[in-house]
Design a protein around this ligand. Structure first.
Ligand SMILES: O=P(O)(O)OC[C@H]1O[C@@H](O)[C@H](O)[C@@H](O)[C@@H]1O
Length: 308
């Protein structure tokens, strides 16, 4: 196991096989690590991690936002999507991939989707898990988060790249001496042909349709076996099952399994994002009912994406 720490843009790896990042030299490759995890310079000179499986599946994760921006399966296809208007300047969150919504899905008291996707996560650990590259990122409260949400917390996000799978585990711990509540989501942008894409598994779920007014969603019940994206769609599915099937309309069927992500959200902005709405759909694993944690308590949820 190799421990990696980040402080003020300074990455230090205690394994000689790892890569090193420092202010003077930027990101420099020392060698490919035995774990299949390396550091590279991403867009906007932001550091990113590249995880490679022995079968050549690959994921990229930006430390800014702890955001997985790319998941290439062994065939070389990237199943995630980053919007063309995404910026990599830390002024806005990265629009695409798998951004974190934490500690609020929104809308609500603080900025839409919370601050987890606007902060630098650090690398706590990198390892080889049964032959697969794995990293654990950490986010803790700081002055930026405290100004919006005055609680001590730790978020750990473990990512493992398998042959044709991408698995994540999010663990939120209350490190404060008072209780807090949060909502959260993995706001996954999948590459897709939105006109051909569909999601199976949601039939029977209670729905909260955020169209036309996100603050006053309309309650309903999903009665379709296959939900499609014919136009603008912004809909919450409560108590969704722990397995969904996304047909991305591009020839891929993606199984989305989870534990503890009790809800799901489907979103496509349609002509509100004329430049790209045809090229992606969001299928989000979410926890939309308040999770209350007493001091020292934790909440954990897992997501497993794989191709069928
Ligand atoms: O913040 P982003 O990545 O542009 O996504 C915004 C959308 O995110 C979705 O999760 C919400 O359901 C939408 O209401 C919202 O408009």
């Amino acid at each position: 196991m190799a421990i990696v720490s980040v402080s003020n843009s300074f990455l230090t790896f205690n394994s000689p096989n790892q890569l090193r990042f420092n202010r003077r030299r930027g990101v420099s490759a020392m060698a490919s690590s035995a774990t299949g995890v390396r550091v590279a310079e991403g867009q906007g000179n932001l550091p990113k991690l590249i995880l490679t499986s022995p079968q050549n599946s690959e994921a990229e994760i930006y430390l800014f936002g702890g955001c997985i921006t790319s998941w290439k399966v062994a065939s070389g296809k990237d199943l995630l999507f980053v919007r063309p208007d995404a910026v990599f300047n830390k002024i806005k969150p990265i629009s695409g991939g798998i951004p974190h919504c934490f500690p609020q899905f929104g809308p609500g008291q603080i900025q839409q989707h919370g601050f987890g996707r606007n902060m630098d996560w650090s690398v706590l650990d990198s390892e080889n898990s049964d032959g697969n590259a794995a990293v654990t990122l950490e986010l803790k409260d700081g002055p930026y988060s405290r100004a919006m949400w005055d609680f001590g917390f730790q978020a750990l996000f473990k990512v493992i790249v398998g042959a044709d799978s991408l698995s994540t585990e999010l663990k939120i711990t209350n490190t404060d001496n008072k209780a807090f509540s949060f909502t959260t989501a993995l706001h996954t942008y999948f590459r897709a042909s939105s006109a051909e894409a569909s999601v199976r598994g949601l039939k029977g779920c209670k729905t909260l349709n955020k169209d036309p007014d996100p603050k006053n969603p309309i309650e309903g019940k999903e009665d379709r076996d296959e939900v499609t994206f014919p136009g603008f769609l912004d809909c919450v599915y409560l108590d969704a099952p722990n397995e969904l099937l996304l047909d991305n309309g591009l020839g891929d069927k993606i199984i989305i399994k989870n534990t503890n992500w009790s809800d799901a959200v489907l979103w496509n902005p349609h002509t509100q994002m004329e430049a790209c709405y045809r090229d992606f759909v969001c299928v989000e694993n979410a926890k939309l009912g308040d999770v209350k944690l007493e001091p020292g308590q934790s909440w954990t949820a897992t997501q497993l994406l794989s191709i069928s």
